[in-house]
Design a binder for this molecule. Structure first.
Ligand SMILES: [Fe+2]
Length: 251
């Protein structure tokens, strides 16, 4: 079908085709021009872009091939967030709040968190040793929260090797002003509300299968930790502690 013929199809049909293309969620991004235009016609929300500036290069122990394949999954989540928002906007415009609307809304968090968590993950990986300084705010907060960097790392590492696929995330708790490690299974499940992700490690198998196979998670975690840009993580903590304004819910 030519580009012209594709654009002549009804808007809803193009959006439906785009959603069919977008499953399973692990598909890489394949956005035809007609579909892209359809999304732009109806998307009343912010249209998300792939954040190419976050893509890491030249990592130690994580190959370019591994990053390329993983990055394509991230692009798929960005595509799906825009598609879902476009479809939901079209249904809302028609006043059609039936089963399709409900199911898209129920699934939306998976797509959003798939996009956002991958941006956190890729954004703190950088080639070269970028150590955490002794006087860093993060170093002091790890001591307050866990007893020190070593104790935090022990827990974070063990959590990374837990059975199942998911994420291990170091969060800043703005209420208690401490850091805590959390296991997140599916992208959208288990996040402590209002906490700010400081360090995000992807332990879905797709994050290391290319380099290390199914049994390669420990080697991958070692490689991940070698490539953490700690000054960047310190910067993220700085933003979190400045911007988080926890207020007790009360009278
Ligand atoms: Fe991933």
């Amino acid at each position: 079908m030519t580009k012209k013929e594709e654009e002549m199809k009804p808007l809803e049909a193009r959006l439906d085709e785009a959603l069919e293309e977008s499953f399973p969620a692990s598909d890489s991004a394949r956005v035809t021009s007609g579909v892209q235009n359809a999304v732009e016609e109806v998307c009343m929300h912010y249209k998300y872009q792939v954040r190419t500036e976050l893509r890491p290069k030249g990592l130690s122990g994580i190959s370019e091939s591994q990053i390329t394949q993983h990055w394509s999954l991230y692009e798929g989540y960005v595509k799906n967030v825009n598609l879902f928002n476009g479809k939901l906007a079209a249904l809302s415009e028609k006043g059609d709040f039936g089963v399709e609307f409900a199911e898209l809304k129920r699934h939306l968090g998976f797509e959003y968190d798939g996009m956002i968590l991958h941006e956190h993950y890729f954004g703190i990986l950088k080639a070269g040793e970028m150590p955490l300084g002794e006087n860093a705010k993060l170093t002091k907060l790890l001591k307050k929260s866990f007893g020190g960097y070593g104790k935090w790392l022990e827990e974070f590492y063990v959590m990374g090797k837990m059975r199942g696929v998911g994420w291990v995330i170091l969060y800043y708790d703005p209420r208690a002003q401490v850091l805590t490690n959390h296991w997140i299974g599916l992208h959208e499940g288990g996040h402590p509300s209002g906490f700010v992700p400081i360090l995000v490690m992807d332990v879905w198998e797709h994050a290391y299968m290319v380099d290390a196979g199914v049994a390669g998670r420990p080697a991958y975690i070692d490689a991940f930790l070698k490539n953490v840009d700690w000054p960047k993580v310190e910067q993220v903590l700085g933003f979190a502690t400045q911007e988080s304004q926890w207020q007790e819910i009360g009278k």
